[in-house]
Design a binder for this molecule. Sequence first.
Ligand code: SAH
Ligand code: SF4
Ligand code: F3S
Length: 482
Amino acid sequence: MFNEINLDNINLDSAPPANEPERQYYFMAKCREWVKNFEQKNGRLPKACVVNMGCQMNARDSEKLTGILEQVGYTEAADEEHADFVIYNTCTVRENANQRVYGRLGQLGHAKKKNPHMMIGLCGCMMQEPHVVEKLKKSYRFVDLIFGTHNIYKFAELLATRLESERMVIDIWKDTDKIVEDLPVERKYSFKSGVNIMFGCNNFCSYCIVPYVRGRERSRDPKAIVREIERLVADGVVEVMLLGQNVNSYGKTLEEPMTFAQLLREIEQIDGLERIRFMTSHPKDLSDELIEVMGNSKKICKHLHLPVQSGSSRILQKMNRRYTKEQYLTLVEKIRRAVPDISLTTDIIVGFPGETEEDFQETLDVVRKVRYDSAFTFIYSKRSGTPAAVMEDQVPDDVVKDRFDRLLTEVQQIASEVCAVHQGTVQTALVECKNEHDPHLMTGRLSNNLLVHFPGDESLIGKLVDVRLDECRGFYYIGEMI
Ligand code: SAH
Ligand code: SF4
Ligand code: F3S
């Protein structure tokens, strides 16, 4: 367990251990020496800024980086410009995510000219693409450290290498089957936490780059997951979000296979844990067993994110999603029967190659039939290396834009109607923060993932309170604690 390791007792004159995580503890101790020197020279501790640009899995990875930086002695910088070490944890799921990185990196290059001691690190999914690393090597020479998604556990070692060498350090692995446990993490919230249950993805949806940049699917040992959650609970966490690209296929690659539903049953037993969420569920792997567990659970939240991507069975087949429109709708019916008040959300892609107006109408039809509580809508983005990138009939931009606007209008109209049905009810909210716009209000999250703002003070943060939902304002509520 990490807490029991004392970095001060590590003998840095000996060679680094070969085993993990001990090897990383050694390099953390080494980086700590460097930080002490920095402090002596500059009269202050170095400041770091980890910028997360991706999904919840990336966010959790950023917490791991921050945890290591904190152990090493870095303090948190208020912003990038004032940091001694800036790390961008990148995403590459859509092209605009990539463009944003190059844009911000250009600006950071200027800041570094003013402050030559600044170190810049890049990691995350975008770094797993060879053409990206080539471009960085050629045109962004001022970057200090580049690593990928598979060797993020080696961050302390890579940092130590950079601190000693003064040259650009690049380490990218194609894939890994390794999972290193017991490294430090620093949570963004004291009362809730993401918990990885699996890494990678084997689904190869034809538009998606994630399987190429996150590698093959591998599940964490259930005992390690339960142990992590127990420690989080002991540390004040009441809500966990179990993370995986396809949580419904959890456990298949374990030596002793188990199902996601079985894992949930075990997590449910953890005393002091109040709420369980998970994402993402792939419809093709959502089992009857899981629906049953959700129906009987007292802790699993009444919210399911179930990406449909398209309502057209023809397009779904080209997307390699392995379900039809009818199968998806049947599944939704089954879930609603078992958990009547469940809130459903989804992801939808518009403009997949070959999508016709008829196909798009099928998507609108699903949206109208399911009546989602909310939906993330995306314009299809061509990712080189994926099968869809070389498909014929890429849809013209203006047609896609028009469909996207129509879809968004429909989704928002329905979401505001669906949200309003809870008006007047009393529900339990986990208080998350002070309201950004009105300091007299606190913001809480309901089991169904909707937000409610109500009068209160900061002492409520992290507590579960009962709130009457007085007024629905489109996508959130104004309420009162009772
Ligand atoms: N594993 C999750 C999705 C992770 S990516 C799942 O299968 O549901 C999050 C969302 O980004 C996807 O659901 C999809 O809607 C969207 N997405 C992925 N690749 C995309 C692409 N090439 N263009 C546009 N949207 C994409
Ligand atoms: Fe991408 Fe499909 Fe895997 Fe989700 S399930 S990460 S959309 S390949
Ligand atoms: Fe997540 Fe983006 Fe990577 S969605 S898995 S950070 S490509």
